[in-house]
Design a protein around this ligand. Structure first.
Ligand SMILES: [Zn+2]
Ligand SMILES: [Zn+2]
Length: 140
């Protein structure tokens, strides 16, 4: 004979474990959502790129209304989305954070911040710089 009480308990336990597992999964997903995944090679911003398409809604509509086939082609060709940096809004500058280039970028981003104006041309140069990168003069 099957003990219904026992099997009910078992099912409840299984359900609870499954719910716990799902909770862990969502936690991981949330962490993955918030952790920076890309670095912008343009401005050094670390975070998630925004996916945008280059499609122009009005232009597509006009094309569709006047010339159906070019309109469809336009929509097909432009519906691909590209990663855009949320900070400087540049296309395709976001590189994966685990790429060696991104690591280098982040590294320079951290060490590059100590700047001072060049005594000759007043452009910002690194505190450690011996030669101005803008005017090429030797700075003490
Ligand atoms: Zn950027
Ligand atoms: Zn200079």
């Amino acid at each position: 004979m099957v003990d219904w009480k026992e099997s009910a308990k078992f099912v409840a336990g299984e359900l609870g474990a499954a719910a716990k597992g799902a909770g862990k999964l969502t936690q991981n997903a949330v962490r993955a959502m918030t952790a920076p995944t890309h670095v912008c090679s343009q401005c050094g911003f670390a975070g998630k790129p925004i996916m945008k398409s280059k499609q122009n809604g009005c232009f597509a509509l006009i094309l569709l209304l006047c010339f159906v086939i070019p309109g469809i082609l336009y929509i097909l060709f432009t519906s691909k989305t590209y990663p855009v940096c949320p900070k400087c809004n540049t296309w395709n500058t976001m590189i994966p954070i685990d790429a060696p280039r991104a690591q280098a970028l982040r590294h320079t981003e951290e060490s590059v911040r100590h700047e001072r104006p060049c005594p000759y041309c007043a452009e910002p140069i690194l505190v450690q710089a011996r030669v101005c990168k803008h005017c090429g003069r030797e700075v003490a």
